[in-house]
Design a protein around this ligand. Structure first.
Ligand code: ADP
Ligand code: MG
Length: 696
């Protein structure tokens, strides 16, 4: 396909345009994670510039991922003045490698205030540079890490790269024990499935809540919801199909392999899955996917909603983070093969993941926490806030055999019989699906399903890489010392399978029984972002991150502060938006309608005393009494929101926003939605759920 990767300075382009020695040196850095030779950067910069200019680019930018969760850019022009009043197009190695954006407004959790105000961006040559089109301008985007003057990470990429190093180091130790002498590097791979909603722009533009907060703060349920599930895998409407076609072209140009796309369970909800890649690149690409979704939707007069819960009462959006480990020579370490019970390297990796997830469930939980996801996790929607693992029949059986110390079989999938002779009978997968599990083994990878739809996938993958690295290091420590490897391994696997079976669960993760059962098993159940953040600054967390050099104490403390601050800010914006809509839109609409009713009652009464106006009177009474209650709740929300801003302790403030302000918002919404169901549709100032969800 010609357009695929057209706008990417990828391996093929580099091979073609770089001198052999330079290409080789850069390739080594990329493939083996070796330090970058500065002389190489000068040559690469020049080649990159020529390529970009030939394609029509005039500007370049260091593209980075500050802790706001979105990407940031600072555009510079290639143009350099000469002393003859002319210009040349310049781009030096230094400009490629390092940038100094004026980035003092990005969150740093106090790091830069204490040390030094400057922030630096540094070229991440392991993720390919690309050209981005914005309003007719082509810009060369150079993926970079963002650090403070003193080297503290101020972004999401730096810890991700560090965690990949840590995983590679520890996994290699284990592979060597299994006699592997050739693998040079272990990389984690990720394929994130992205869910999103689309809404017609004309409705979006009338919803201040969607514009400012990403979700509807008011809105009565539509008469039809998702109960028929007729949207799921339904045929795509023409308008959506056209959008998806454009989206694919856009993504293919950027080198993103968007593969599958279909309708989701909720109306107006869709999903896109790319083909998996190295975690670092998959993370950059997911940012580009989110970016492109928004941009392309606008071209089709739609708006893409990435919020985790745009509509109350309708399934929200998430990301399924498919994760595995692979060697530089192409071996997927989570591939069971035909006889997994004989594949001890595979079983060791599986046991490591099981132990990691059980030991560090809370870290995984915090990695998926954001205010939007609070509406899903632990709030009666998929998946639960409790971390458990679904392994499927085959692996569950093997882990049981490991516990018994006798391992001699792998259950095989049965034939699927459809009952129709003309249909082929095929082998069922030996791992069935369990859609309610937050962490499921799906054939040759794990699928972490808690991740929030709007968040960067960097955080969750930092945790996955880090916790598995830690357990692999514990395994290696033990096995390297053992006089008899086979015996020590058997013991280790038996012990691990026995000690961590509590985290395995293949039942219905959405049920109340599971919540109770999980509590009995001692599994953590953290239901809110505010509580989840506490895990970040625990001594055991700091020890773990520092041991593997992924984040320092200072960096973790800064992230803790930023997470809490962003939570409070988000709820504050939601509360203020709600107050505004309540006062300036809903209240006046209700008053108008009440007046209309009153006028009608008076008019009818004066026309004839023989007419029964009790229906209108009753309605007028209901509207007015709801309005009284609405007004009282509005005052409470205003008072609570005001009070929240006076709390200085970040954690206490977060708790107050969650327990008091958020609760007041929910209470106010009940009356607002009640009014919507009473009032003349002509007078209602907001597009309804039925319009937003079903008119695409
Ligand atoms: P399903 O969810 O039906 O299994 P796929 O097999 O297409 O669908 O996988 C879903 C996602 O998992 C895709 O993005 C795919 O690229 C990704 N994936 C597949 N294999 C791996 C792997 N080894 N590592 C990481 N992600 C993977
Ligand atoms: Mg999936």
């Amino acid at each position: 396909m010609k357009i695929f990767g057209e706008n990417v300075f990828n391996d093929a382009v580099m091979r073609e345009r770089l001198p052999k020695a330079t290409y080789k040196s850069l390739h080594k850095t990329i493939e083996l994670g070796l330090p970058l030779d500065p002389a190489v950067a000068e040559i690469v910069a020049n080649a990159m510039k020529d390529w970009a200019i030939e394609k029509g680019a005039t500007h370049f930018t260091h593209w980075f991922q500050p802790l706001t969760g979105i990407t940031a850019e600072k555009h510079d022009s290639f143009i350099s003045p000469t002393n003859h009043g002319l210009v040349t197009m310049e781009f030096s190695g230094k400009e490629l490698i390092q940038g100094e954006p004026d980035a003092s407004s990005f969150p740093s959790g106090g790091i830069r205030a204490t040390f030094e105000a400057r922030g630096y961006t540094a070229w991440d040559c392991t993720s390919p540079a690309f050209l981005k089109e914005d309003g007719g301008t082509l810009t060369l985007c150079i993926p970079t890490a963002f650090c403070s003057y003193t080297g503290e990470a101020l972004d999401r990429k730096t810890p991700l790269l560090r965690s990949m190093e840590a995983l590679s180091k520890q996994a290699l130790r284990v592979l060597r024990l299994f006699g592997n002498t050739t693998t040079k590097r272990v990389i984690s791979t990720v394929g994130p499935e992205q869910e999103y909603f689309l809404i017609d722009k004309k409705f979006f533009d009338k919803r201040m809540d969607l514009m400012l907060t990403g979700r509807t703060l008011f809105g009565a349920m539509a008469p039809k919801g998702q109960e028929l599930e007729d949207h799921y895998f339904g045929s795509l409407k023409t308008r959506i199909a056209a959008f998806m076609h454009d989206l694919n072209v856009e993504l293919w140009k950027l080198g993103v392999l968007a593969k599958t796309q279909h309708n989701e369970v909720a109306p107006a909800q869709f999903e896109l899955a790319p083909i998996f890649e190295t975690t670092n690149i998959a993370t950059d690409h997911n940012q580009l996917v989110m970016d492109s979704l928004k941009k392309v939707a606008l071209k089709h007069d739609m708006v893409c909603l990435l919020h985790e819960k745009p509509y109350a009462g309708i399934n929200g959006s998430g990301k399924h983070n498919n994760w595995s480990m692979s060697t530089d020579d192409g071996q997927n370490l989570l591939e069971p093969g035909q006889a997994p019970h004989e594949n001890f390297q595979f079983l060791t990796m599986i046991c490591a993941v099981v132990k990691a997830v059980d030991d560090y469930a809370e870290l995984l939980r915090v990695s998926a926490a954001n205010p939007g996801n609070d509406h899903r996790l632990g709030a009666n929607e998929a998946p639960p806030a409790i971390i458990s693992i679904f392994l499927g029949d085959q692996l569950t059986d093997i882990l049981e055999q490991l516990q018994n110390g006798k391992i001699n079989r792998s259950l095989q999938g049965e034939k699927l019989v459809s009952g129709v002779k003309t249909l082929p009978a095929f082998q069922k997968d030996s791992t069935d699906r369990n859609r309610t599990s937050p962490f499921a083994f799906t054939g040759n990878k794990f699928e972490f399903r808690m991740v929030a739809s709007s968040q960067s996938i960097a955080g969750p993958n930092v945790v996955l890489n880090l916790i598995v690295a830690e357990i692999l290091s514990q395994f290696a420590d033990r096995l390297e010392q053992a006089p008899n490897f086979d015996k020590a391994l058997q013991e280790l696997l038996k012990e691990t399978a026995t000690n961590h079976k509590r985290v395995l669960f293949d039942g219905n993760g959405y049920s109340q029984e599971w919540v109770e059962e999980a509590a009995k098993r001692g599994l953590p159940n953290i239901t809110s972002t505010v509580d989840a953040t506490l895990v970040l600054t625990r001594e055991s967390t700091i020890d773990l991150y520092e041991k593997h050099k992924v984040l320092s104490r200072t960096e973790l403390e800064s992230r803790y502060e930023i997470d809490l601050e962003q939570y409070s800010k988000q709820i504050n914006i939601e509360a203020l938006t709600m107050i505004n809509m309540a006062k300036n839109m809903i209240f006046p609409a209700a008053v108008n309608y009440a007046t209309q009713l009153a006028n009608s009652i008076n008019a009818i009464k004066s026309a004839s005393t023989a007419v029964d106006v009790s229906a209108q009177e009753e309605l007028l009474k209901d509207v007015c009494s709801t309005l009284v209650s609405f007004k009282a709740k509005l005052s409470t929300l205003e008072k609570d929101t005001q009070a929240a801003t006076t709390i200085t302790d970040a954690y206490k403030q977060g708790v107050y926003y969650r327990d008091v302000v958020f609760t007041a918002m929910q209470t106010l919404r009940i009356d607002g939605d009640q009014l919507e169901t009473m009032i003349d549709a002509e007078l209602w100032p907001l597009p309804t759920y039925a319009q937003m969800l079903f008119l695409l």
